[in-house]
Design a protein around this ligand. Sequence first.
Ligand SMILES: [Fe+2]
Length: 209
Amino acid sequence: MENIKKFKRDFLIKENEEAQQGAEAQAQDTEAKAEEKAPESDKVGIANPAKLKEEITKALNERIGDEYTAHFFYRNAANWCRNANYKKAAAFFEAEAAGELDHAKGIQDYLTQWNTIPAIPSVKSDQSFSGLVEIISKAYGIEMELLEKYSKNQQEFAGSHPATFNFVQKYVDLQNQAVGEYSDLLNALQLVNTENKLDLLVFEDRYFA
Ligand SMILES: [Fe+2]
């Protein structure tokens, strides 16, 4: 009887030892598999880059449209001047048209830098003119309106997104310069008789040099 009890005790002890060894082996196996999966867990840790807020994206997309509108305005103005043989004015407006393309690209580069695909609006591409005075007057209006828009945008983003505030500052400066240039041309038109073709030719030769 005593021998049977001892046998049972020894059997239980052996059974417990085997169970413990099995659990340890399973734990080691799980640990090894976790190490094998480590590279995948690194992928999960890739940071998600920030995007601009919706109101900033919307405003900048609208400004892209304004810059392309200005581009086509100057493109048409250059064509009109070349056709009328205002050679210096044609070269001036050619440069203006190219500048507007750069401005539009600059905004698009800023948006993509912030992980946003620009939405380029459809814009008016055709224009007709009756004279150089009309072109200069309309150009002044376009540049002044855009100065006001960029200034408003800059104020809107001053507190919420300082990086965009700084970015828009460059465009406020550009517009400020453009408004000054067209103001000078409008003032210079006051010095001549705009009804006289020769006066206009002298004006074009002097102020579009
Ligand atoms: Fe511009």
